[in-house]
Design a protein around this ligand. Structure first.
Ligand code: HEM
Ligand code: HEM
Length: 178
């Protein structure tokens, strides 16, 4: 059991939160941009995909760090039910941080348009599967709803953190400043 969240764990947590918010907003914006603004649409898609792949890499990094270093003990004031709810919520958040980008990657790979995925706008990321309209039709919807579930769960998680903070518990402060 670690003493507190390390600086790296805290930085990754907050950077991920910003990246998920930005990637989610960009997702809706980029699909709404008309095809006549092709360059803007292309650039927004590349930015969206780059952000999503960074979220995936950060989630794997966080899980590796957590396995090596652990996490601080849950606040002693929490009831057994609160503790179980927090653990289940965190597990679901980690799962969605992996699942949403993985589904996005599969959506991009199966898209009939066959637009390449360029990480940071320059590094080509090969698709493990080729264009497939039937799979794309399913994957894009599943990717969209998994992203909605991630953001909804993260919002509930943030509200829970703020509620603990208002009750004078150090949960939020130790994730903020260590
Ligand atoms: C945290 C990570 C991510 C979030 C929150 C996210 C969220 C979203 C959202 C909200 C949309 C718009 C939904 C729609 O109307 O289709 C979308 C679309 C899309 N995303 Fe992501 N995404 C993430 C990661 C990725 C990654 C890593 C890739 C690919 C490498 C990707 C590829 C796509 C593609 C290709 C679409 C357009 C699908 C279509 O044609 O409708 N996403 N994403
Ligand atoms: C997309 C946004 C977010 C995601 C994906 C996310 C994800 C997570 C995950 C997976 C953990 C568990 C860490 C672990 O046990 O290794 C965690 C912890 C935490 N998060 Fe978030 N989070 C997000 C946004 C926020 C926001 C906006 C707040 C506060 C307003 C917040 C406050 C906290 C706090 C205080 C902890 C530590 C909980 C504890 O000590 O048990 N998070 N977060």
């Amino acid at each position: 059991m670690a003493d507190g969240w390390s600086r790296a764990q805290r930085r990754l947590h907050w950077t991920t939160a910003w990246l998920v918010a930005a990637g989610f907003a960009l997702g809706w914006i980029m699909v709404a941009v008309p095809l006549r603004d092709l360059l803007t649409k292309f650039l927004l898609f590349q930015l969206h995909k780059t952000i999503g792949l960074i979220v995936l890499a950060f989630a794997l990094w966080r899980l590796a760090m957590r396995a090596r270093r652990g996490r601080p003990a849950t606040d002693a004031d929490l009831t057994g039910r609160e503790r179980r709810a927090a653990a289940a919520g965190h597990a679901a958040l980690y799962a969605l941080l992996l699942i949403v980008p993985a589904l996005g990657y599969l959506t991009a790979s199966t898209a009939p348009a066959g637009v390449p995925t360029l990480f940071l706008g320059v590094i080509p990321i090969p698709g493990i599967v080729g264009p497939n309209p039937a799979w794309y039709a399913v994957l894009r919807v599943v990717h969209r709803w998994a992203a909605v579930a991630l953001v909804a769960l993260a919002a509930g998680h943030a509200l829970a953190a703020l509620r603990h903070h208002r009750r004078g518990r150090a949960v939020l402060l130790r994730m903020w400043r260590g």
